[in-house]
Design a protein around this ligand. Structure first.
Ligand SMILES: [Zn+2]
Length: 414
């Protein structure tokens, strides 16, 4: 370590942190809007949720002070006292006001016999863009003349199967997109100003190549996710969102990808925000919106059922994170569930089941992608397997039906 590096850590990083108030393309938070959650939570529940789910590194204490009567929230570092938000807290669970929300809990849904999802609105969000965009978003690889492996195309095929299955179970289903490609009208070249700002924040020289890469990343990774989340929150207003992804190991050169014998599954739940992530004002605000929106319990329960159905169908083992700053276990009873801060799960206000399934560059999965989508079963090595996409969709549909179906039994008991 040299002195210049120490200088960077000691001087430049704090300056960068105070300048970097918002994540790219984020809206300026409207802190007063949190007052809609006044008296909806007790001091002890707020502290428990902050410490156990949302900010387990304890850094929330840098900007939130909890007393039995109120939470005092500093909107930005060293804000004058009159700028602080005073959120009144309920004196007991019995005194809590109803949490304002557009989504229905399962106990509020009237299911019909044979239609466990009747009255439930579900939005499916197939991850990534796919098709001709797959190379740009670096979700593409191909071996020689094989069929290319494109995550965005795979999630889209899976989501269309899942939509059919959920509709058959009685749900009203919509999708964040109806064809491959982006939903945002923005394009990479329109994000030049934001891209230059990001490169400045990262303290790297703005070469034409770096600028192009940053514009593209802001387009497919940030603008696209913001656009989908806005549509879900403001137009679709569903009771549940299912984000679908295929996991992967680092494949290296996309034209000479590395293949592995590796399979796994996990589900990501909004939480485990780190001190570094909370440097951004919009992240602090959306974290609190998420906590006060009170989806966490619901999401753990429904993800638990989907994980169990998935494991019963596929036997996929759980993925394990080893860095608590990145993700922490969400349930002592289910090793497949992880709290992690992702843009999509923190922006979407309704409960989100976020699936990360299989490994695209696992040898068997690669072989299954080559077989395409098909009815029935086909030989894959020594196994006889359904289409990868239908297996995924069937497992998720079963888990969702199990979750909402349980309520029928509880409700219909005299
Ligand atoms: Zn993905």
């Amino acid at each position: 370590m040299n002195f210049f590096f120490l200088f960077l850590i000691g001087v430049v990083l704090p300056l960068a942190a105070s300048a970097q108030q918002l994540t790219p393309l984020a809206r300026q938070p409207h802190w007063a809007s949190l007052q809609r959650y006044a008296n909806t939570i007790t001091a002890s529940k707020l502290e428990q949720d902050l410490q156990e789910v949302y900010v387990p590194d304890g850094s929330w204490k840098n900007w939130i002070t909890i007393t039995p009567e109120e939470a005092v929230i500093e909107p930005y570092p060293d804000a004058p006292a009159e700028q602080a938000l005073h959120l009144p807290l309920a004196s007991s669970e019995a005194d809590c006001k109803t949490v304002p929300r557009y989504w229905k809990r399962k106990s509020e849904c009237d299911s019909l016999p044979g239609k466990p999802l009747a009255g439930i609105k579900i939005v499916l969000d197939p991850g990534h863009l796919g098709g001709e965009w797959a190379k740009m978003e670096e979700r593409w690889f191909r071996i020689g003349k094989s069929k290319s492996v494109e995550e965005g195309t795979m999630t889209f095929i899976t989501a269309r199967h899942l939509a059919k299955r959920l509709r058959a179970l009685g749900a009203e289903v919509d999708m964040t997109k109806h064809e491959l490609g982006p939903t945002t009208p923005l394009r990479a070249a329109q994000l030049r100003t934001a891209a230059i700002q990001e490169l400045k924040k990262e303290k790297v020289v703005c070469t034409p190549h770096r600028l192009k890469k940053m514009e593209e990343a802001l387009f497919y990774r940030v603008a696209e996710i913001h656009h989908r989340a806005n549509w879900i929150n403001e137009v679709a207003k569903p009771d549940l969102v299912i984000c679908m992804h295929y996991d992967a190991e680092e494949w290296g050169n996309p034209k000479h990808p590395k293949l592995f014998h590796e399979e796994r599954l996990h589900f990501l739940i909004s939480g485990d925000f780190s001190e570094g992530e909370l440097v951004n004002e919009d992240v602090r605000y959306t974290m609190l919106m998420k906590l006060l929106g009170r989806t966490h319990h619901e999401v753990v329960e429904v993800s638990d059922d989907v994980a169990k159905a998935f494991v019963a169908a596929t036997g996929l083992p759980p993925f394990t994170y080893h860095n608590p700053a990145k993700a922490r276990p969400a349930s002592p009873n289910n090793p497949y569930l992880w709290n992690r801060n992702l843009l999509a799960t923190r922006l979407i206000k309704a409960p989100v089941v976020y699936c990360e399934a299989y490994v695209m560059n696992d040898r068997e999965v690669f072989e299954r992608v080559q077989l395409g989508d098909y009815k029935g079963r086909r030989q894959v090595g020594s196994k006889c397997l359904p289409s990868l996409y239908r297996e995924y969709a069937d497992a998720v549909a079963k888990g969702i039906a199990d979750y909402f179906g349980k309520q029928i039994i509880i409700c219909k008991k005299p």
